[in-house]
Design a protein around this ligand. Sequence first.
Ligand SMILES: Cc1ncc(COP(=O)(O)O)c(C=O)c1O
Length: 356
Amino acid sequence: MTNPLIRPEIAALSAYHVPPSKGMVKLDAMENPYELPLTLRQELARVLAEVPINRYPDAGAAELKAVLRAAMKIPPASEGMEILLGNGSDEIIQIIALAVAKPGAVMLGLEPSFVMYRVAATYAGMRYVDVALNADFTLDLAATLAAIRTHRPAVTFIAYPNNPTGTLFDAAAVREIIAAAAPGLVVVDEAYFAFADASFLPELAQHRNLVVMRTVSKLGLAGIRLGFVCGSSYWIDEFDKLRMPYNINALTQTVATHLLRNPCALYDQAEALTLARGQLAAELARLPGVAVFPSAANFILFRVANATTVFDGLKQRGILVKNLSKAHALLNDCIRVTVSTPEENQQFLSALKACL
Ligand SMILES: Cc1ncc(COP(=O)(O)O)c(C=O)c1O
């Protein structure tokens, strides 16, 4: 029964669905499959035992921000660059949408891309305008610039590399978009930074309308829910007003501060996954009837003759991937698989061969 008090655009949404995965090889959510080394987990247990969970956490998360700055080479506060932390970067996307959602304001997205941009626009009551990528998932620069001229978006989201395609857009084209969108904000979403040898962080000072967003989720810390956006205080100070008090809990602050002080173990795992991505892509490309798209992230998008049959076949064999066939016209018959350990990658490949 419809609830007349609920905004119609919210009533039309479905709650975010996470498919059951118990007992399956889970390759659908771009998680890092590796556990932390035992010594590191023991260390964490010791530091977590000391956390005063009877108290609210540090509201400004000052220590964590300092550690993040060093670990991620974020330009310093002395250059006017600030950081906003979120309960995952999902929360930051929502904060940004709420901040710019004046009546009639537009959010621009390049589709197919990360679904939460459109969802956050809906939450905030913004109009979402999407520009289709080319069929090979590269940027359609002319169409994007034309949409910017027509709609003057208050905010444009660019996932760099893009999810679910894995594409690392041409940096020069992204710069053109940033310049054309000004004074509108451009959020370069670097969720997959650990697997891509490219970043817009060093360019923050050159573009007043640019902010860079990252998450530690894909680096191996999806469970603690921590994302951040950095950029000029001109933007971050405004976003900070929409952040709920104490949004980063004490356990998350402690784990992240401890691990990012010496993030070698996490970066080593990311490096292993980047290597495995090349091997998995090459093996996939050798399979008849499989078309593989280039990826700069920790997942691979590929096309088969009948993605839904293949998805179901993989599921029956205990392998969970993401069937994107219905997500966007350009993704027809496309499946996204997370790069995992060599063992899980082989399990996936064997199951896929059996399905094809
Ligand atoms: C491009 C992109 N941005 C942001 C996120 C959200 O990450 P978080 O776990 O920090 O909310 C994802 C998650 O898949 C993503 O693919």
